[in-house]
Write a new protein. Structure first.
Ligand code: AMP
Ligand code: ZN
Length: 471
């Protein structure tokens, strides 16, 4: 597989540090509100990357943080008159609900900044000891000039950056406000202000800077050199540049081999963001569309391309997804009707299907080109629909159905057809389960509960008897 590496600005062959394993760190959201669909883009595309690497046989350690201490969270908490953990815990839970709806699998670990403070303090102490950081009046700064590779990710020259700050530097010097040695230096630890959460540290009560958490948590939960570090392109500078400086200065090893950044989700060609107010939450969009449609829409573009959100494109995504699920449904009907006297899945059919699978893999191998991968799925759908019309036996249909499902699953799209079950059949099974329980045949009773669950039926044992509902 080839991936575009922001560090080298080219597509490179993806090779993992350890054979058969990949460590991926993705910067997660700051949790002070419901996530918007721009935040969902990195979640969906990098979840798809993870799924594809697993499809190729790699064991993936996927780590994505929640930034749960930050100015925006504190501001929100103060406005609401509650503790900032109440805000962050609420929106972490809400974010997880959105992720589940979008079929974004939970990360191997979802670390939270506030739970990793001792390790952050340790990294700051190491950086101070090595001369890469210094303390002034309770604030600790990273000494940017002490890290010679600063700017390598964003391809910025440190002297150009410096001159961009010249006026600011002059003004601060005149007013005596600057305590930094250099305007480029950034904060590792900041002293507490009234009404802010704080932790004890060797530099007084305070809290860590934002960039530090990702350096510390990626080291703790992945360790060594990361295979891939990912996030939205707005994070390249300064966030990721600063992460590299902190980590490489402290650890003396390469921080991450590949840097992948998704392009922006836009509205009318402007980046969707909370601060501009031009955003929709995932929750809002999912009132109007199935979350699968939103996921499909996000994957209709290659992840580095900007993507404009519009009702028209969502409608097109809805139609596209329906084409896939309808095809899956008609294949399932053929499987269920046990057709045996129609065309068999012969070598020629297998060859045609392999060809679509190869097209899909070639697209995904080319820097996760999900747009072309979807086209390959559409070709398979067209083939399947034609064959279904001509007449195929159940085994043939099963081969097509399984392949379609396998490829859709790599994209995190659900096209598996749930078995329909009639109310009368549900009631009969519930009766059988009650009888099994009476006879102490708990294995059968559990099996019936599981069977119903697989068909989307949830049972509830109540004092008035068994109640059921469709999921
Ligand atoms: P934040 O909560 O702002 O730190 O963002 C969480 C993640 O969402 C980061 O990886 C951002 O780069 C990403 N992100 C935010 N807005 C957009 C957008 N409009 N399009 C794509 N990614 C975004
Ligand atoms: Zn980060």
């Amino acid at each position: 597989m080839r991936v575009f590496n922001t560090l080298t600005r080219q597509k490179e062959e993806f090779k993992t540090v350890q054979e058969g394993k990949a460590g991926i760190y993705v910067c997660g959201p700051t949790v002070y509100d419901f996530i918007h669909i721009g935040n969902a883009r990195p979640m969906i595309v990098f979840d798809t990357l993870r799924r594809y690497l697993e499809y190729k046989g790699l064991e993936v350690n996927y780590v994505s943080n929640f930034t749960d201490v930050d100015d925006k969270i504190i501001k929100r908490a103060n406005e609401m008159g509650v503790d900032s953990t109440e805000i962050s815990e609420k929106y972490i839970a809400e974010c997880k609900k959105d992720m589940e709806a979008l079929n974004v699998r939970p990360a191997t670990t979802h670390p939270q900044a506030t739970k990793e403070i001792p390790d952050m303090i340790k990294m700051i102490e190491d950086l101070i000891e090595m001369g890469h950081a210094y303390e002034k009046n309770g604030t600790v700064y990273f000494r940017v000039r002490s890290f010679k590779d600063y700017g390598k990710l964003s391809h910025k020259n440190i002297d150009d950056l410096e001159s961009g700050h010249r006026d600011e530097k002059h003004a601060l010097k005149v007013s005596g406000e600057s305590e930094k040695e250099d305007p480029l230096d950034f904060v590792l630890w900041k002293p507490k202000k009234e009404g802010e959460p704080f932790w004890q540290s060797p530099w007084g009560e305070g809290r860590p800077g934002w960039h530090l958490e990702c350096s510390v948590m990626s080291k703790k939960y992945i360790g060594g050199t990361l295979d891939i570090h990912a996030g939205g392109e707005d994070l390249i500078f300064p966030h990721h540049e600063n992460e590299i400086a902190q980590s490489e200065a402290a650890n003396g090893t390469t921080f991450a081999n590949y840097w992948m950044h998704n392009g922006f989700l836009k509205i009318d060609n402007v980046k969707m963001s909370k601060s501009l107010g031009n955003f929709f939450t995932v929750r809002d969009i999912c009132k109007k569309y199935d979350p699968q449609v939103l996921r499909f829409f996000m994957l209709t573009a290659q992840y580095r391309s900007p993507l404009n959100f519009s009702d028209d494109l969502m409608e097109a995504a809805k139609t596209g997804l329906l084409r896939i699920t309808n095809s899956a449904k008609s294949l399932k009907d053929i499987i269920n009707s046990n057709v045996s006297d129609k065309a068999v899945y012969d070598e020629e059919a297998a060859k045609a299907v392999d060809c679509y699978v190869k097209k899909f893999e070639d697209a995904m191998d080319d820097d996760l080109n999900t747009a072309d991968a979807i086209s390959a799925i559409f070709e398979l759908v067209k083939f399947a629909n034609t064959k279904a019309k001509e007449g195929i036996n159940s085994d043939y249909a099963k081969n097509l159905y399984d392949t379609l499902n396998k490829l859709a699953d790599v994209l995190g799209l659900k096209c598996e057809v749930k078995e329909e079950i009639l109310d009368a059949d549900i009631l009969a099974l519930i009766e059988e389960r009650t009888a099994a329980k009476k006879n102490k045949d708990f294995a059968r009773a559990d099996a019936i509960r599981d069977e119903l669950l697989s068909k989307g039926i949830i049972l509830k044992d109540t004092r008035e008897g068994v109640k059921w509902q469709r999921a």
